[in-house]
Design a binder for this molecule. Structure first.
Ligand code: MN
Length: 227
């Protein structure tokens, strides 16, 4: 048996402080998780969380230069805490959710906002606004065994050294165990899954030549350049 087109090399993320890699299976993202961002997008913060996905090969490593994407004139950054799932399971109770977490990373849910908004307003899927090439930059993953569980502290992103988004993880509407409980009630999580946990307010556009630096207390920064 031979494959008739080239196979996908397993997408993987560096594990901080080691030569090990975390293999990426799927990428789930929380649609809304900070009240101030929901307000800036015109939503209702009392809604339960909802999820969308990106392809695993949309990940981009720290230090990368990525091209301005196709088909957009409004390309936005969304700084987010990323959870790396180490142990799978369905219907995970929030009280046991941390047992399923391998580690944490700083991520950017890059968004073609014009396409996302147009799809949203027509009741169409968000995929072309969210699930595009190089749409999921992620910094090194820090194992929870090394840094503990990351649930407090500041989260920010700077563009060309100017702060665009800044908040605290405590401002999440649904904390990480609650996100895992909700998500695993709908699909069985598996080792290698990543969960982008939503962004605070202050999302804005970037253009070719911009340098992005994302930060979450306790984790490695994420640096990306747009060309
Ligand atoms: Mn997001």
């Amino acid at each position: 048996m031979a494959y008739v087109v080239p196979t996908l090399e397993t997408p993987a993320v560096a594990v901080a402080g080691t030569s090990d890699r975390f293999p990426v299976r799927r990428i789930f993202c929380v649609g809304r998780n900070y009240a101030a961002h929901i307000r800036e997008m015109g939503g209702d913060e009392r809604d339960p969380p909802f999820f969308f996905t990106k392809p695993a090969d949309a990940i981009v490593a720290d230090g990368s230069t990525i091209p301005y994407p196709l088909a957009t004139a409004n390309y936005h950054h969304e700084i987010e805490l990323v959870v790396a799932v180490g142990k799978g399971g369905a219907k995970i109770d929030q009280a046991r959710a941390k047992e399923h977490i391998y580690g944490y990373a700083t991520g950017l849910d890059m968004t073609r906002r014009d396409l996302q908004i147009a799809a949203r307003d027509k009741g169409r899927p968000w995929d072309m606004g969210k699930a595009f090439d190089q749409g999921a930059p992620i910094g090194a993953i820090h194992p929870a065994t090394a840094v503990g569980h990351i649930d407090t502290g500041t989260i920010w992103v700077k563009v060309n050294d100017k702060t665009r988004q800044e908040s605290v993880l405590e401002a999440m509407i649904w904390n990480v165990p609650e996100v895992i409980e909700h998500l695993s009630a709908m699909i069985a999580l598996a080792p290698g899954d990543l969960i982008y946990t939503g962004t605070p307010d202050g999302v804005s556009a970037v253009v070719a030549g911009d340098h992005l630096q994302g930060h979450i207390d306790g984790l490695s920064d994420l640096r990306i350049t747009i060309t």
